[in-house]
Ligand binder design. Sequence first.
Ligand code: SF4
Length: 493
Amino acid sequence: MTQLQRAREGTVTDAMERVAEREQVDPEFVRQQVADGRAVIPANVEHDRLDPMIIGREFATKVNANIGNSETDSGVEEELEKLHAAVHYGADTVMDLSTGGDLDRIRTANVEHSPVPLGTVPIYEAVKRAESVADITHELLLDVVEKQAAQGVDYQTIHAGILMEHLPLTDGRKTGIVSRGGSILAQWMEENGMQNPLYAKFEDICEIFAEYDVTFSLGDGLRPGCLADAGDDAQFAELETLGELTSIAHDHGVQVMVEGPGHVPMDQISGQVERQQEVCDGAPFYVLGPLVTDVAPGYDHITSAIGATEAARAGAAMLCYVTPKEHLGLPDAEDVRDGLAAYRIAAHAADVANGREGARDWDDALSEARYDFDWRRQFDLALDPERARSYHDQTLPGDNYKEARFCSMCGAEFCSMRIDQDVRESRRDSRSSQTKSDPPRDADGEMSEIAEETDVEASAAAEVNRPPVGTHEVDGAPLEDVDLDREYPPADD
Ligand code: SF4
């Protein structure tokens, strides 16, 4: 049975218990959210190493990292390194978008070693196995979907929402269809004169997903690829279909999240999130960015993290990261790190803005360490401790500078926090010499509040909100025990 079916019958599963512990909420609340289809726990019954997590707007905002190779680059070892980097730098889920090489070896290796849910896009493998896109059959598609489910993939992007009748709506677009899956299915429909096979066979896919508890990630094949195309008829026609498919999947007891755009001007983002939530009956929204401007290739982890923050603030449950290489090339491990940092900032900023319980404790603890010149604690609390430490040490490497009341940015003489501390100290001294018994008072005669230190370890912040986020320790670090020379037998085909 799926997590959704168990939740509906009133059972709190082990996965729900674990999720409740990580989020520091009542397990019954987790069960109810899953039962209502407002949250998903992607947890294929064949994924042994998984540490369960939850995606839903009532929980901490999650971040997905895409990894995967292309025809021109990367094998199993490189993909495992990317998986390691993604988990190490805080990905809550990872999607394997590989389109080249031995796809089965890469996928099974990833499932075997990933403590976080793994997602795939089965249409990519179907393209590889067919002579041409037009030759993809219904049977081949179902075969790929079922094989990947049996291999332990936790969620699959299924572009079932793009229909024949939607295609003319893209004619006036500036950038047409930019989703890889969307463009493949559009080609298939044009060449065969038939309806989208993933739509036609959607109930068969539901049955496969129900058997393995694979979660749908309903793909947005018609997402806008530029600001000019955002919110057009094609995008919203597909969204209506995604709403219908959400309902059908729920009827089969299958968990669903829905993918979203893309490229969207800042002022349209919250409206788009609200519309998805309404059309898809509260199913978690999983957004790619969105990018809020098209003018910054090379910096699209930033343009998209701005949009992602706004989307999460408005109710998106998971953010798919974008790396600096977006639109330009295949990301390497350093790009994965930069993309994840940008998106973990976006997710956390939204959680703070949304008042998620305990989220800001992390900020407060770091600020206190900063004001105390407790450099080591500041590094430990940093979102990317290694980078924070290395930037500091580039100019002040000596151990003695870990006690210093300044850094190289302003220098000792102009360090404003040092100056402020000295001013406060002398104010305190002068007050205590005037009236030793009176506590300090402000201009209105009220007693000044003395800030209490934040104990971030004891705060109500979810585990996912606390440093070191992303270590996801389960039976040892994710890839430390990986034998990169190991041969992976081809999966049954
Ligand atoms: S020198 Fe400037 S940047 Fe560095 S700790 Fe002091 S106030 Fe902050």
